[in-house]
Design a binder for this molecule. Structure first.
Ligand code: KIV
Ligand code: ZN
Length: 388
């Protein structure tokens, strides 16, 4: 595999994630979480948006100092295309051995007119100037064309060329409002590679929001189109419906290596611990049915599924729970469960029953399961005949 086949993981949990409702983290939590991101093997940590507040500045600087070691990840900070932002970001990331200024400017007419009130020409000038300024502080500069997926293609190409000419090393094409589709997003990267001058000198990046539930699919499509960086968050947290989830993108690349022939640095068995740590730090964990890290992701209640998984987990699991750091699959006993799962659990509890005893306990179990939503081990033990 050549270096061109490596996909960089840019984690923005501490920036895009942390700025969304219910996701505020304290200084010490951010540091602890950044240390976990190192164990997880991410390539770039976007530590925050230093101009936003003194607290954000201090956290980015502390992360840069403590985590930004020579063997550690790149520490990035966000900055609008404004002198103050860029200079503040530069000061915050300065202690990191490998650092990056990530500067962004909206490129859709809607954002230029309604939000920034500047012309396309002014946007081009601002982008070039601020990328050049950022390059005076670090040789690692990312330019994001905010709302790229709703921008005029010709204008997008020209502003990306200006950013590259000014020294940008990574070009991010965010789907800021979760509007694009996999086919369209893949084509966007292919077009950039075909038409942007010096496209081969930079790394293109995805940044996908989940407003239509397509963030992970879009990020993966972007990679197929030529992107070699994915901007993701743990548990998919982020603005509104969130960002593409790191665990989903990484698991898809692991399970479907036949489709995604790329390498990456993610330490897969650190996924569940990272997800859990985040859930404990912010005000919500993920939904039980969340892909890869939800508490039901490896749980089975229906009899048919339990029978299959007990015979061979591959029948209903496309990856092992251990491969993503979950200790084991869970057989959940409830009204949809079958005799085999009951027998299996009772054996685990130390009771190997005869066929007749199992029949008797199973009848009582189904009666109980009709009345009770959760069946605990003590309920099962109470069902055993006294002779057992
Ligand atoms: O969604 C977005 O466009 C962003 C940029 C700041 C990269 O988060
Ligand atoms: Zn975003």
């Amino acid at each position: 595999m050549s270096t061109n086949d490596r996909v960089l993981f840019f984690d923005t949990t501490l920036r895009d994630g942390e700025q969304s409702p219910g996701c505020t983290m304290h200084h010490a939590e951010k540091l602890q979480f950044a240390q976990q991101l190192v164990r997880l093997g991410v390539d770039i940590i976007e530590a925050g948006f230093p101009i936003a507040s003194t607290g954000d500045f201090e956290s980015v600087r502390a992360i840069a100092k403590e985590i930004g070691t020579p063997d550690g990840p790149v520490i990035a900070a966000l900055a609008r295309c404004k002198r103050d932002d860029v200079e503040t970001a530069a000061r915050a990331i300065e202690p990191a051995k490998k650092n990056r200024i990530h500067t962004f400017l909206a490129t859709s007419d809607l954002h230029l007119e309604a939000k920034l009130r500047i012309t396309r020409e002014q946007a081009k000038e601002q982008a070039g100037e601020m990328v050049r300024l950022a390059r005076t502080y670090t040789d690692n500069v990312e330019f994001s064309a905010e709302d790229a997926t709703r921008s005029d293609l010709e204008f997008l190409i020209s502003i990306v060329e200006i950013a590259i000419e000014a020294g940008a090393t990574t070009i991010n094409l965010p789907d800021t409002v979760g509007y694009t589709t996999p086919v369209e997003y893949k084509a966007l990267f292919e077009t950039m590679h075909a038409r942007v001058e010096n496209a081969d000198k930079v790394i293109f990046s995805t940044h996908c929001h989940d407003d239509l539930g397509m963030a992970t699919a879009n990020a993966l499509a972007g990679v197929l189109g030529g992107a070699r960086q994915v901007e993701v968050t743990i548990n998919g947290i982020g603005e509104r419906a969130g960002n593409a989830a790191l665990e989903e993108v990484a698991a898809a690349m692991m399970v479907r290596r036949d489709k995604f022939k790329f390498s990456n640095g993610i330490v897969m068995n650190q996924i569940a611990p990272t997800s859990q740590m985040l859930g404990e730090m912010i005000s919500f964990g993920c939904a039980p049915n969340k892909a890869v890290v939800g508490k039901n992701a490896f749980a089975h209640e229906s009899g048919i599924h339990q029978h299959g998984v007990l015979a061979n987990p591959l029948t209903y699991e496309i990856m092992t729970p251990e491969s993503v750091g979950v200790t084991a699959n869970k057989i959940v006993l409830g009204k949809h469960s079958g005799r085999r799962a009951l027998e299996h659990r009772l054996a685990e509890l130390g009771h190997t029953l005869t066929r007749d005893d199992i029949d008797e306990v199973y009848t009582r179990f189904t009666e109980l399961a009709d009345r009770k939503k959760s069946i605990y081990d003590q309920d099962l033990l109470a069902l055993l005949p006294t002779r057992v």
